[in-house]
Design a protein around this ligand. Structure first.
Ligand SMILES: Nc1ncnc2c1ncn2[C@@H]1O[C@H](COP(=O)(O)OP(=O)(O)OP(=O)(O)O)[C@@H](O)[C@H]1O
Ligand SMILES: [Mg+2]
Length: 161
């Protein structure tokens, strides 16, 4: 990572866990050291905590109590994003943010006036196919990027037959 003047900055996370308000444990306590100028790629299954880690580094989330974020050794754990000189590109899938996962997947059927029972069955089928049944009642902003991608795919397929 670089600061606003493009000077490389070292990043350290110590003991950074994240538990969301609904009890979801998104991150086990994580220690991570990235040298100034070093390039690091996070790789792992959907929902394993990659974006949560990036959001903690950027200052969009705070780690659970006891976690620390250091830039060049300085503690920035409680600094908001606008005071950290970081840039971030987001994933986005044009889902309806005010609807649940099930609401999004069933939307195309609803506007086609398909009967409710049929919508419910089709939505269940789509969620099962995408392995996101347990997320049916979540709002979109409570999902990981890959989970959103699955919802977008389920919504696209749901109305196509
Ligand atoms: N605001 C939130 N409230 C509750 N749970 C959340 C919230 N944001 C993310 N999660 C959950 O935390 C876990 C980690 O999410 P994260 O976005 O870090 O995953 P990821 O590794 O980036 O996945 P992907 O590869 O799909 O983008 C997931 O199980 C996700 O459902
Ligand atoms: Mg992600």
């Amino acid at each position: 990572m670089t600061d606003a003047g493009n000077k490389p900055v070292s990043i350290a996370l110590t003991n950074c866990a994240k538990t969301f308000a609904d009890g979801t444990k998104a991150l086990e306590p994580l220690d991570l050291a990235i040298d100034a100028g070093e390039t690091v790629v996070f790789l792992g299954p959907s929902g394993c905590g990659k974006t949560t880690t990036l959001r903690i580094i950027a200052g969009l989330e705070e780690p659970d109590a006891g976690g620390k974020v250091l830039f060049d050794g300085a503690d920035v754990t409680h600094l908001p994003i606008e005071q950290r000189n970081v840039g971030m590109v987001f994933q986005s899938y044009a889902l309806f943010p005010n609807m649940t996962v099930a609401g999004n997947v069933g939307y195309g059927l609803k506007i086609r006036k398909v009967p409710d029972a049929q919508i419910k069955a089709r939505v269940s089928e789509m969620l099962a196919m995408m392995q996101i049944t347990r997320l049916a009642d979540r709002r979109i902003d409570q999902l990981s990027g890959g989970q959103r991608q699955r919802v977008a795919l389920a919504r696209a397929i749901a109305a196509s037959r």
